[in-house]
Ligand binder design. Structure first.
Ligand code: PXL
Length: 278
């Protein structure tokens, strides 16, 4: 069985980070090891959330895993709570990601042009340094702009602007940046990526649902990881993740009882498995 380790927080209510990554990646038939970086009562879009920092546990967990000789097919990181956690994740990469182990970084830290509560511009630049160590980095357009220290170009930035940002990310040393949640020229919704090794842009769009929610980046990155580790190509995995995430958004949009803090990712897991061919 394949094994992934994912490093991010537990938001007890919020359907994001580990409470999304664990069920989605496990459902695709992959053992999913977790490193919880913090425990929050809710994600940070709620007011008054509690936050228990688990940074001090991260290195002992790594050291124990090294002693036990655990191996991973991919390391996938999402929301990280501090600069020190970014540095510790780099140690995980050194310890567990030899050639052949995918390093997937979702620099989950901003949306709609705003950094999440608790982050500053310096943190965003440091996230850039983690993305430089990744095989694939999956920022949204806000995160991409913050990592470059440039003005936010808006959710519906023209494709040329997004491509320019991707090139700039590659110029900083990020090998394969993929900006998710973009609206393409034809009005469809998906991703644009830039493979610097091939000097090639890739993109894909699917039907746009007029609904915006939290946690969709986490759903996307988790489905991407599950698909990639199941042997799909990078491009096919990006497409599968786009189709699945859109289905989750559509499901939520059509559900009169939906919550306003996350998407109905659970109800579309059978569709994800179908896309992966499971
Ligand atoms: O979905 C990203 C995310 C992950 N973890 C925490 C968050 C958010 C977004 O707000 O607050 C704690």
């Amino acid at each position: 069985m394949k094994r992934v380790a994912t490093i991010q927080d537990i938001s007890c209510i919020g359907k994001c980070s580990l409470t999304v990554a664990l069920p989605i990646i496990s459902a695709t038939g992959i053992e999913t090891a977790i490193v919880p970086t913090a425990v929050l009562s809710t994600h940070t879009q709620f007011k008054g959330f509690t936050f228990r920092d688990l940074t001090d546990d991260m290195e002992p967990i790594k050291d124990h895993w090294v002693k036990e000789g655990f191996k991973f097919d991919a390391l996938y990181t999402g929301y990280l709570g501090s600069l020190r956690q970014i540095e510790i994740v780099k140690e995980y990469f050194k310890a567990f990601a030899p050639e052949g182990t995918y390093k997937i970084v979702d620099p989950a830290m901003a949306d709609n042009g705003n950094l999440y509560v608790g982050f500053d511009k310096n943190f965003a630049l440091e996230m850039g340094s983690l993305c430089r160590e990744a095989d694939i980095a999956l920022p949204n357009i806000s995160e991409a702009a913050f990592m470059l220290g440039i003005d936010y170009p808006g959710e519906e930035a023209p494709e040329e602007v997004t491509r320019d940002i991707l090139k700039k990310l590659a110029d900083t040393g990020i090998k394969f940046p993929v900006i998710t949640g973009v609206t393409l020229k034809d009005g469809s919704f998906g991703f644009i990526g830039y493979d610097s090794a091939k000097d090639e842009f890739i993109s894909y769009g699917t039907e746009k649902v007029p609904y915006k929610s939290h946690g969709t980046g986490d759903v996307y990155a988790s489905a991407f990881t599950g698909s990639l580790v199941n042997g799909k190509s990078i491009y096919d995995s990006l497409v599968i993740a786009a189709d699945y995430t859109t289905a989750c958004i559509r499901n939520t949009y059509n559900d009169p009882d939906h919550v306003n803090y996350a998407v109905n990712f659970e109800l579309e897991i059978p569709y994800l498995l179908k896309l992966i061919g499971k």
